[in-house]
Design a protein around this ligand. Structure first.
Ligand code: NDP
Length: 296
């Protein structure tokens, strides 16, 4: 079994399954699942993300609705009014507001306006709460992608010790909840944790989501552990003026100890959009009273 977990291939496989299921949904419901993405402003990275999400949505046989607001003129009230219109739109199953929002807009207030049944990012407090108490939720895409890859690699995760680096609402906390739901023993470490290497060394599973380039060194990894690197960090490349992407884990060092590891790029990243499509399909099925065709 190869040591490198190929997130690209895993994501392509999931996207193909979602596409088949979206076709089946259309035959039953008389319409394709629909994903609405809202972008406020011109942030170049956000524009790239929104474009690739729209393209992936169409490729999955779903409807894509893109809404762009001008950062200079749009107000938070207008943004919330747009969210409410999409909440009421029968053709829209998922609503995603691209973050970060421009200065002066409150991410929390905007996310709170999304109908939790259409919150395909899983950021609404209703979905965070449902995940915490073990009810059917829409789960944040990145940690969901990580848990899918872990289960594929390891099967039953029961009793394994998982160490999650980072405690953000987007990655660390939901990741820990998902691992707990799989009966792992979970340790969450963060910037105030004492003796980080010793804590991480306990992990049969290590999920790194800190946003610090190559912070996790090879000797922090217990021999045989499975390492999931969520980090995406742009650092100077070998050639002058060029940059490259690295994760939160020093890949070559960690790979020497790990039984399996995700690379950056090509690991967790591609899974995030695939799970977004999966969440849109799940939201569409739940709203239409149909069973989840992927059984995920
Ligand atoms: P946040 O900045 O919101 O959270 C970072 C977490 O890491 C915090 O909990 C922080 O601790 C902890 N941390 C920071 N520095 C240290 C340190 N030196 N030692 C221990 N813990 C530390 O980041 P996100 O969770 O949003 O993202 C994390 C990484 O994942 C980023 O690189 C981001 O780009 C990437 N990412 C990748 C995605 C993908 O699709 N692959 C999607 C989302 C994120 P504290 O709480 O104490 O401050």
């Amino acid at each position: 079994m190869t040591k490198i977990i190929d997130g690209k291939a895993f994501a392509a496989n999931l996207r193909a399954k979602v596409k088949d299921a979206a076709t089946a949904f259309k035959a039953k419901a008389g319409r394709a699942p629909g994903l609405a993405v809202i972008l406020v402003g011109e942030d170049p990275a956000s524009q790239v993300y929104v474009r690739s999400k729209g393209k992936a949505t169409l490729e999955a046989g779903m409807e894509s609705f893109e809404h762009r607001l001008d950062a200079e003129t749009a107000t938070q009230d207008q943004l919330i009014a747009l969210v409410q219109t999409l909440n009421a739109d029968e053709k829209v199953d998922g609503i995603l507001v691209q973050l970060p929002l421009p200065k002066g807009m409150d991410d929390k207030a905007v996310i709170a306006a999304i109908d939790p049944a259409k919150d395909v990012d899983g950021f609404h407090v209703v979905n965070a709460g449902k995940l915490a108490v073990g009810e059917e939720a829409l789960v944040p895409c990145t940690p969901m992608g990580c848990i899918m890859m872990l289960k594929d690699r390891l099967g039953d995760l029961s009793g394994l010790h998982a160490v999650v680096l980072g405690r953000s609402n987007i990655v660390g906390k939901p990741m820990a909840q998902l691992l707990l739901a799989e009966n792992c023993t979970v340790t969450i470490v963060h910037s105030r944790t004492k003796d980080l290497p010793a804590m991480v060394r306990q992990g049969d599973i290590v999920v790194a989501a800190v946003g610090r380039p190559e912070m996790v060194r090879g000797d922090w990894i217990k021999p045989g552990a499975v390492v999931i690197d969520v980090g995406i960090n742009r650092v100077p490349g070998a050639e002058a003026g060029k940059t490259k992407l690295v994760g939160d884990v020093a890949f070559d060092e960690a790979a020497a100890n790990a039984s399996a590891i995700t690379p950056v790029p090509g690991g967790v990243g591609p899974m995030t959009i695939a799970v977004l499509l999966r969440n849109t399909l799940v939201a569409a099925c739940r709203r239409a009273g149909l069973p989840d065709p992927l059984g995920l």
